[in-house]
Design a protein around this ligand. Structure first.
Ligand code: SAM
Length: 171
């Protein structure tokens, strides 16, 4: 199974902390293995690790990771999600089944990222959100498999048409 890492570029503490938390949680829930964030943010690390501890899985977070070096040293393909890119369906047909580094921006992304990426991919050509772009990209890439994975945490939400059904492992 190819490894999927999300790289968040331009993260500002504390301004982007909430949205970057959502980027991380969407990455985890939709099939990514890790998130790397370019600025050190201890609070963000704690929040994401806390979700992983309670809800399970092996999702990892690293912050204070340089984006240029990460892109340069990445062994698989690099996908940059941007409204200026090529249409999602056309790009998906070309992206090989290899390890993927998926870049999402916070503030304006440096032009170099566009040059260094193997694919600049647009989830529609309108401005919207890194959270939505990442969710749609992962879901289309993995054909929905990301959402069907088992996480085996100490908290398990049991799907229910009505109300909340939650199982908690007391150990
Ligand atoms: N204002 C910034 C700029 O001018 O580049 C971008 C802000 S936007 C909310 C943050 C990120 O959302 C972008 O870097 C991109 O990764 C993602 N994004 C927003 N709209 C997108 C779209 N239509 N397709 C793909 N990614 C998108």
């Amino acid at each position: 199974m190819p490894r999927i890492v999300v790289l968040r570029v331009g993260h500002r503490v504390p301004r982007d902390s909430r949205v970057t938390t959502h980027v991380a949680l969407v990455g985890r829930a939709f099939g990514a293995d890790e998130i790397w964030v370019d600025k050190k943010d201890g609070g963000l690390e704690r929040r994401v690790k806390d979700v992983v501890e309670r809800f399970g899985g092996s999702f990892r977070i690293r912050t204070g990771v340089g984006w240029r070096r990460s892109m340069r040293e990445w062994k698989g393909r690099v996908v940059h999600l941007t409204m200026y890119g090529e249409p999602l369906d056309e790009a998906l047909a070309k992206i090989p089944s290899e390890d993927l580094l998926i870049i999402v921006g916070a503030q304006k992304v440096p032009g170099e990222v566009f040059e260094m990426a193997d694919f600049n991919v647009a989830v529609g050509n309108q401005p919207h959100s890194e959270v939505a772009a990442l969710a749609l990209f992962l879901d289309r890439l993995l054909g929905g498999e990301g959402l069907r994975r088992e996480f085996s945490g100490s908290i398990t939400v049991v799907p229910s048409a009505r109300g909340k059904v939650v199982e908690e492992d007391a150990t």
